[in-house]
Design a protein around this ligand. Structure first.
Ligand SMILES: Cc1cc2nc3c(=O)[nH]c(=O)nc-3n(C[C@H](O)[C@H](O)[C@H](O)COP(=O)(O)OP(=O)(O)OC[C@H]3O[C@@H](n4cnc5c(N)ncnc54)[C@H](O)[C@@H]3O)c2cc1C
Length: 1036
């Protein structure tokens, strides 16, 4: 697109134009000063480092404190504590090492804030590449100063890093002299260090200018006769420096850099073209710089005569079909391009808006929302854009386009992308409106007014067209779900939005709907899923180009590798949206409810009944299991109902009859070896398709690993398995293997899956989960102390664990180990999960623990020491510091299986009780005729039904809204189910008399387990605390 047509057709002409006019005025005002090169007498500029060239420790600390919930100002106060002889200043003079400093400093911070302060994490951040970066404005200034023949120096209070090198994240070539306090053993404001610097520069004080952000340092320099600038903000400081030096220090354009080697364009032909086009008569040079962002299409700043322009072009090399749709212009610069007027202003590249007040941040996001509403309110016809895009079917076209783009750059199969490619066309929302769509609407594509929260211009219109405006709203919320460490497109999902003042995605969406006068959309998750899918396709394109050496950014290769991460995010939203669609599926008969009690005696061994009360008599609608809450197995969809009955037959024919033999094996000398009968029954269950039923459809949508049941469907089957202590293992559905398998399916690499998941799924291996430690209260997992340290290509673990279920089983091949990789990281980023092969040297089982005297052989519950256990690095799950995310955040279904089984325990206990009291006579009549026995039976029935409904509800919410949304329901059933089961089983034991305590019946073992589960699945109190917290948060 050429300049003229671009200016004519741009629908945002108003934005560009206003901005441009304002800019021209300002630029002209400034040009007098810029052309004045007046006779400066200065010969050097001396820069402090922190706060002048790179961010100051104080500023870094302020943000870090917010993110880590440390009382504001703690770090700064502690830095200043003790003055000259405080730990910071002694560290600056290298009188103490980094380790010594951190110890002392940590203590000081903790005393001041009365909380534990992980100062190591602050120190890591302060010295990280992400933070310790020279301000571009200073880089430009130094280049200009040196170009004028002046010397430059750094005079910094600085320190040695633990590797004994001083912390100097600067290009030394920029400076003639570098003076560091840690090298000299003297700190500013001691005059000697200034004199040292001047001496090395060979200058008198009056010949130099010194910039520092700290008043005392500035004052000391001034008292020596050095000209000084107190730096509050680098941009303003550069302006002051310009005034003193009398020449410009700005290349004129923020966020630019010299043109990268691979992105050079022929200046001469471009200059000729622009001169002809714009009618410019000049012999002066064409100034060309490259903007430092813009992944897909490189963007350049051009200054020709007095015109400031922006050129955007396609990258060089082979491109994906129809990508980079910059309109077809003849190749003046090698590839098609277009040119725009330059609009000066602020571009916020970090969406968390560091350094701004919360109210300011909110205002920025509100302005962003408002400008989007304005774009979407443009009447395409009124501005002559009715032909700007195809009419209708925007989303289906977009899905097709991005699938095509992705396929064209695909380098390997990404499972989530494959699922999305199938899912997206099946879940297209109904498009409500057609408006102008920007197509890439995000914060860093907006130019803001430097002094007020007002959008001056909107950039990057390559993807603009006519379409569904909700795409733009969703796309502008990507940052909400991406981490701050996400390269290129930064996010803030790891920040506290309330504290920052940034509206949450839902609120942002509501603001939009309110401004546009629209009802809130139901398809929010679809739009997010599609936006992330599109981002994944874009990243894949960048990656593909990096492989062919044509990427326009140095980050390209790294970026492309993130495709998989982003596609998983997209799939998370698809899952949520999918559940919504589920919910809306029409019922054939909405009144149908089937609820069966267990009444009929089924087994001569232990009478198990069938739940059988119903409001209507016959079979269920085909999709009932996907729509409403299915409260009885009879209402399951026909295939699942058939599976349920198959399982029931299997229980009656094979499992219950085997119980006495299995029980006596557990009491025999051979108990620490697996029972051959169990192995035999496992083969039978496998042959009947009663195998691996536990993996929820949502985690395994292709049914690659399991039966693909919903949580509600599985709840009914799991309850049935729970009526026998042995059935879960026989059907390969027992803990802790189920949780570990789910973890591997969700987070394991392909290699980890091949090594561990497959043998577990086949039932050939078993596994354990090692978290709890004797020396700390392990109900608070942040207390876990076991260490995981990096040593060469290994992680080395040391720790003491106990209550590790299954670890004594000779088939146990895998220990999923939780420990600390970084004790100084924020609390929830310290733990990691590592896959430890059980045959690794250093794992020492100390003893089996017993629960009320029961050993629970052959798996048992072991106390174990891990002594310098070397584990290959590739056995880390997801990455260091992700332990909490793995064990708490996303593992849902595995956490409620115990509750489902507890309902099974209870049903079995009640059935046994009923049979017993009918057949036993005391004081002249059957026990069943005693009022107290009847009352107990009634009480147990009511309690079981209440708990079952709650369990089914939790499973249902997990199916409909996802595991996270079901947090309250999950905590409620964990609070309710074990106690309920304990009471019901206890009543049954009471009715049985002493026999109930023996091992002739499963009651004693049921009781033991129900009691143990009030710890094993987290103590009751912790679940109660969660329920109360969520109740107070959401239901006031
Ligand atoms: C049979 C069995 C099997 C187990 N299997 C495993 C396993 O395979 N792997 C594994 O790692 N662990 C396992 N455990 C351990 C179990 O997870 C822990 O016992 C549980 O997390 C509690 O930790 P703790 O024992 O250290 O109790 P602590 O953390 O010391 O807590 C003690 C008590 O403090 C009180 N308390 C704690 N928090 C709160 C609060 N917020 N409010 C009020 N009161 C509170 C409660 O009364 C709690 O019971 C198993 C335990 C049992 C009994």
């Amino acid at each position: 697109m050429c300049v003229r047509s671009c200016f004519q057709s741009s629908c945002l002409q108003w934005a560009w134009r206003t901005a441009f006019l304002k800019h021209i005025q300002r630029r002209h005002q400034g040009s007098h000063r810029w052309t004045h090169l007046g006779g400066s007498t200065y010969r050097a500029v001396i820069f402090d480092m922190g706060g002048v060239l790179i961010p100051s420790p104080g500023r870094v600390a302020a943000e870090w404190e917010v993110q880590n919930r440390i009382p504001s100002g703690t770090i700064l106060k502690a830095l200043m504590e003790g003055g000259e002889n405080g730990p910071w200043m002694r560290f600056m003079r290298a009188e103490i090492t980094a380790e010594g400093f951190l110890r002392e400093f940590g203590r000081l911070c903790s005393e001041m804030s009365k909380t534990s302060v992980p100062v190591d994490s602050f120190f890591s951040l302060l010295t990280s590449e992400r933070v310790a970066k020279q301000f571009p404005v200073m880089t430009e200034a130094i280049t200009q100063i040196r170009a004028k023949g002046l010397q430059t120096a750094v005079l910094s209070n600085n320190f040695y890093l633990p590797n004994q090198k001083s912390f100097l994240p600067l290009d030394r070539k920029q400076f003639d002299v570098v003076v560091e306090s840690c090298v000299e053993g003297i700190c500013k404001p001691d005059p000697r260090i200034y004199k040292l610097c001047l001496e090395r520069l060979g200058l008198q004080p009056s010949e130099s200018i010194f910039l520092d952000d700290l008043g005392p340092n500035v004052k000391a320099a001034a008292s020596l006769g050095i000209h000084t600038i107190k730096v509050n903000d680098p941009e303003t400081a550069v302006k002051e420096l310009e005034a003193l030096l009398g020449f410009t220090l700005r290349l004129g354009v923020p966020n630019t850099q010299p043109v990268r080697k691979t992105m050079e364009i022929p200046k001469d032909s471009l200059k000729k073209y622009l001169k002809d086009l714009l009618g410019i008569q000049t012999t002066g040079p064409l100034e060309l710089l490259q903007f430092d962002h813009g992944q897909s299409n490189p963007t350049y700043y051009i200054r020709l005569a007095n015109r400031d322009l922006v050129l955007r072009k396609k990258p060089p090399g082979t491109l994906l079909p129809s990508a980079h749709a910059i309109e077809r212009e003849f190749s003046v610069v090698g590839t098609p391009f277009y040119v725009m007027e330059y609009c000066p202003g602020l571009i916020y590249k970090d969406p968390s808006l560091p350094g701004l007040e919360p109210s300011h941040r909110r205002a920025i996001y509100t302005a962003m929302n408002t400008v989007l509403c304005k774009i979407h309110s443009v009447d395409p016809q009124a501005v002559g854009l009715e032909d700007y895009g195809k009419q209708g079917a925007y989303i289906p076209r977009q899905v097709r386009t991005w699938v095509k783009q992705y396929r064209a750059s695909e380098t390997s199969t990404i499972p989530a992308m494959e699922r999305l490619i199938e899912w997206l066309p099946l879940h297209l929302p109904h498009q409500q409106r057609t408006t102008l769509v920007h197509g890439d609407f995000r914060l860093d594509n907006l130019v803001f007014h430097p002094e007020k929260p007002e959008v001056l211009a909107v950039l990057d219109w390559e993807l603009s067209t006519l379409g569904d405006p909700l795409i733009d709203v969703a796309y502008s919320c990507l940052a909400h779900y991406l981490p701050s460490s996400f390269p290129v497109l930064r996010g803030f999902n790891d920040c506290d939005l309330t504290q920052l003042g940034i509206p949450a995605a839902e609120e942002y969406f509501r603001m939009y709907c309110l401004q546009m006068g629209l009802p809130p959309t139901e398809n929010w998750n679809f739009y997010m899923a599609f936006s992330f899918f599109r981002l994944a396709a874009i990243l894949q394109g960048v990656y593909w180009r990096s492989l062919t050496g044509q990427a326009s950014s140095a980050h390209a290769e790294q970026t492309g590798k993130l495709t998989e991460f982003v596609s998983n995010l997209a799939w998370d939203f698809a899952v949520k949206e999918g559940f919504r669609v589920f919910k809306e599926m029409p019922f054939k008969n909405p009144l149908t409810r089937f609820c069966h009690t267990w009444a009929r005696s089924q087994s001569q061994w232990y009478p198990i009944g069938t739940r059988s009360y119903s409001s209507v008599p016959e079979a269920s609608p085909a999709h009932a299991s996907r729509g409403g809450l299915v409260i009885s197995p009879e209402s399951l969809s026909p295939p699942v109902r058939e599976l349920y009955h198959r399982l029931k037959r299997f229980m009656e024919q094979h499992v219950y009859p085997a119980e006495p033999e299995l029980q006596s094996h557990q009491a025999s000398a051979a108990r620490w070896s697996p029972s051959p009968l169990i192995e035999d029954l496992k083969e039978k269950a496998k042959a009947e398709g009663l195998w691996n039923l536990f993996l929820p459809l949502e985690a395994d949508p292709e049914k690659k690993y399991g039966a693909g049941l919903t949580n509600v469907e599985y709840a009914h089957l799991c309850e049935l398995m729970g009526t026998s202590l042995y059935a879960p293992e026989i059907c390969n559905c027992s803990a802790p293997d189920t949780g570990n398998m789910e973890l591997l399916v969700r987070y394991g690499t392909e290699a980890q899956k091949a090594r561990w998941l497959m043998p577990l799924l086949e039932g050939k291996a078993r596994s354990c989960f090692a978290m709890t430690e004797p020396q700390v209260a392990s109900s608070d997992a942040t207390n876990i102390e076991a260490s995981i340290r990096e040593e060469d290509s290994f992680y080395v673990i040391n720790g003491h664990k106990w209550w590790i279920t299954g670890i004594l089983d000779p088939r146990c091949q895998l220990c999923v180990f939780m420990g600390k990789t970084d004790p100084h990281a924020p609390r929830h980023r310290q733990q990691s999960v590592l896959l430890v092969p059980m045959d690794t040297p250093g794992i020492k089982i100390i003893r089996p623990l017993t629960v009320y005297g029961l050993e629970d052989a052959p798996g048992g519950h072991g106390e174990v020491r891990f002594e310098r256990v070397h584990v290959p690095k590739e056995n880390m799950v997801l990455g260091p510091g992700r332990g909490f995310e793995i064990t708490q955040g996303r593992l849902g279904p595995g956490r409620i299986h115990h509750c489902m089984r507890l309902i099974g325990f209870s049903e079995r206990a009640l059935a046994l009780m009923k049979a017993r009291v009918k057949s036993r006579v005391a004081f002249g009549k059957p026990l069943v005729e005693q009022g107290t026995v009847l009352a107990d039976i009634a009480q147990s029935r009511v309690e079981i039904e209440q708990a079952r409904l709650l369990v089914l509800r939790a499973a249902h919410v997990m199916d409909l809204a996802g595991n996270k949304a079901a947090a309250l329901d999950i905590a409620m059933i964990k609070m309710v189910a074990p106690s309920m089961a304990s009471r019901v089983i206890d009543r049954a034991i009471q009715a049985f008399g002493a026999a109930g305590l023996s091992s002739d019946y499963p009651l004693a073992q049921f009781f033991t387990w129900a009691r143990a589960l009030r710890f094993a699945d987290g103590p009751d109190e912790v679940h109660r605390a969660t329920v109360a917290k969520l109740e107070l948060k959401h239901r006031i």
